[in-house]
Design a binder for this molecule. Structure first.
Ligand code: APR
Length: 229
């Protein structure tokens, strides 16, 4: 069975109504990374950081997976598919993808500050001040902040090294180490990229489909099924 790795970024969830980070009116136009998405920010102003992720969580719970998330699930009939996502939303899971690896954490979860294994899933959108771990210390959002290690990059790179086909959807490829994952692909790996805007990356050897995710992912999925299934 051929192995497919799908690397996704904020663009795949854009048509569900979730803002991207670096497009015009993206999240980083309205917030400063250093105010809400670093460990320092959490130490200096936990209320603001909690509020920022409460808003993200609320937005996620109010949205639905779109056709792009759903089309990827079709591939599972014929291929081993691993979705490696930079997104903190759970739209791949809700669309039905079986294997989803989150590189930058998951908005719906909190984690202990002393024990990374102690992960708690929130039932609603709100993290309140009084939510603590088993030692009584405040839980933090289960997010990989800027400047922090990305533990899931190791299994992600291994998946990319073994992939026969890679599909990249909706990422500006600005943030490392995620942006370097294409570099792990075998020389004969068949690579596709779906984005309405050409990312700032070397696209040599990559089939670039300059379309929005809902349209472009269907095109790639049809193409791959026809070619390999
Ligand atoms: N379909 C597909 N792609 C789209 C769509 C769409 N409808 N709309 C926008 N895009 C593309 C943009 O052209 C851009 O290339 O999605 C990409 C979004 O880029 P970013 O906003 O930089 O998001 P991403 O690459 O996921 O960011 C990586 O940076 O701050 C962070 O941690 C955050 O995980 C995130 C990381």
């Amino acid at each position: 069975m051929k192995r497919i790795v799908v690397l996704t970024g904020a663009g795949i969830s854009a048509e569900s109504g979730i803002k991207t980070f670096r497009d015009s009116d993206g999240l980083w136009e309205n917030y400063r990374v250093e105010d809400v998405a670093t460990f320092d920010a959490w130490l200096k102003n936990p209320d603001l950081v909690r509020e920022f992720y409460n808003q993200r969580r609320k937005e996620i719970l109010e949205t639905l997976p779109n056709e792009a998330h759903k089309q990827l699930v079709r591939l599972e009939e014929n291929f081993r598919v691993d979705v490696v996502t930079q997104n903190i939303d759970n739209l791949h899971e809700r669309a039905g993808s079986s294997n989803v690896l989150h590189l930058h954490g998951e908005a719906t979860k909190l984690v202990s500050q002393t024990n990374p294994e102690e992960v708690v899933t929130l039932s609603g959108w709100e993290q309140t001040k009084d939510m603590t771990d088993s030692l009584g210390k405040p839980l933090r959002p289960f997010i990989v902040w800027f400047g922090e290690a990305v533990p899931n990059i190791v299994p992600a790179a291994e998946l990319c090294q073994r992939a026969d086909i890679m599909i990249v959807v909706g990422t500006s490829l600005n943030v490392y180490p995620a942006a370097g994952l294409l570099g792990y692909a075998k020389s004969d790996c068949d690579k596709y990229l779906v984005d309405p805007k050409e990312p700032n990356a070397n696209l040599k050897g990559i089939h670039f489909i300059k379309k929005k995710a809902t349209e472009g992912v269907k095109e790639v999925v049809d193409l791959i099924i026809e070619k390999y299934a």
